[in-house]
Write a protein that binds this ligand. Structure first.
Ligand SMILES: NC(=O)c1ccc[n+]([C@@H]2O[C@H](COP(=O)([O-])OP(=O)(O)OC[C@H]3O[C@@H](n4cnc5c(N)ncnc54)[C@H](O)[C@@H]3O)[C@@H](O)[C@H]2O)c1
Ligand SMILES: [Zn+2]
Ligand SMILES: [Zn+2]
Length: 369
């Protein structure tokens, strides 16, 4: 049996998101049919829609879905119909990294989430007039009123948590928060640099404010974003459009440098500056994602001071344990994610795209009536 629904389809790289009637495959044993209440838009959706990644188009994107379980496959044990759920990335569940609690480093992460466009066996989860569409994006393709999601993409949350506010936990928020709490783990008195005060960077600032880091330095080129960074916990801000980052970091840290840096701009010049801003034994976390094939040069002797550069997908989160904690902290007001969000009706998705591209909106969340 097929299920008919309305999804935002991107016809080819550079084409807009167009609402279109599509058919979903019946959920298989390990899949869940979710009725979307809200869905965040992330830069990765825009990058794929722009043709920057080899995902098969026409297709349906979306990887910050939030909704209510409609139906479950025969082998699903973690949720039942009526449960409130957030959708996040999928993973195989049995490779070494999945077993070790690091599913964002799953052996089949890239095809299963970002570029495959289908289930692992090659079958399509979404079709249109009988033709397969690119789907299964992050195991969900949630820019759709109904979505067939992998059980491993589905995280049950407290039904009192507001789905519109917690939708971005599935990618942007967990990426920024996880970079701080799961990887950098700032020691008391340390300095954390956050380059880029967008959805991911501001999530990192909020997370750092809940640690014993003494200085939280936010960098951006948009003054209003720096103002928001201050409100969310940054102790210092640097406007990179008119200030020299290296000089400001030296001034703020008394010449010591930063113990941790999180690069979210996707700009390799900023990445290089973030590495150069590190203290001895400091770690720079690469989060911003430029086009495939982008390279950066590093000063080799500069690295000899025990500096580490590491790339992190999705905050290295174990979604089933991490996301419910974040949702509870949002509900308690301790993680003010709502400050980042502007909501749009699903039909206004192109307005949301335009506003995030212009910088008018930090985190657009689409709502479904
Ligand atoms: N690694 C992952 O798992 C992961 C997950 C989610 C998003 N991402 C990537 O992270 C990046 C950030 O995502 P986002 O949603 O926060 O994007 P965003 O556009 O909201 O944030 C980027 C910020 O960087 C600022 N910026 C741009 N150029 C700058 C410069 N030269 N100097 C200082 N600031 C500058 C922008 O003004 C903006 O505020 C994107 O590249 C996205 O694709 C990666
Ligand atoms: Zn994302
Ligand atoms: Zn795996």
């Amino acid at each position: 049996m097929t299920i008919t629904t309305q999804a935002a389809v991107v016809e080819h790289g550079g084409a807009p998101f167009t609402l279109s009637e599509v058919e979903l495959d019946e959920p298989r044993a390990d899949e869940v049919l979710v009725r979307m209440t809200a869905a965040g838009l992330c830069h990765t959706d825009l990058g794929v829609a722009g043709g920057g990644l080899p995902f098969p188009l026409p297709g349906v994107l979306g990887h910050e879905g939030a909704g209510v379980v409609e139906r479950v496959g025969a082998a699903v044990t973690s949720v039942t119909p009526g449960d409130h759920v957030l959708l996040s990335f999928t993973s195989c569940g049995h490779c070494a990294n999945c077993r070790g609690g690091h599913p964002a480093y799953c052996a089949t992460w890239l095809p299963d989430n970002l570029i495959g466009g289908s289930r692992r066996d090659g079958s399509a989860t979404i079709t249109r007039r009988g033709e397969p569409l690119g789907g299964h994006f992050f195991g969900q393709s949630s820019l759709s009123r109904l979505a067939v999601a992998d059980e491993r993409s589905v995280v049950k949350v407290d039904p009192t948590a507001p789905l519109e506010t917690i939708a971005p936990l599935g990618c942007g928020v967990q990426t920024g928060v996880g970079a701080v709490w799961n990887v950098l783990r700032p020691a008391p008195g340390s300095t954390v640099l956050v380059a880029g005060a967008g959805a991911v960077g501001l999530s990192a600032v909020m997370a750092a404010a809940l640690t014993p880091a003494q200085r939280i330095v936010a960098v951006d080129v948009v003054p209003s974003r720096l103002d928001l960074a201050r409100k969310l916990g940054a102790t210092h801000v640097v406007d990179a459009s008119r200030e020299d980052l290296a000089a400001r970091v030296a001034e703020i840290t008394g010449g010591v440098g930063c113990n941790g840096a999180i690069e979210t701009t996707g700009n390799v010049t900023v990445l290089r500056q973030s590495v150069d801003a590190l203290a001895a034994r400091g770690t720079a976390v690469v989060v911003g994602a430029p086009p495939f094939g982008t390279e950066v040069g590093l000063d080799v002797n500069g690295m000899l001071g025990g500096r580490t550069v590491t790339g992190i997908p999705l905050g290295d989160s174990e979604t089933q344990s991490f996301i419910p904690v974040l949702a509870a902290m949002v509900a308690d007001g301790r993680l003010p994610v709502g400050e980042l969000i502007t909501t749009y009706a699903f039909a206004d998705i192109e307005q949301a795209v335009a506003d995030v591209r212009s910088g008018a909106t930090i985190k657009p969340v689409l709502t479904f009536d």
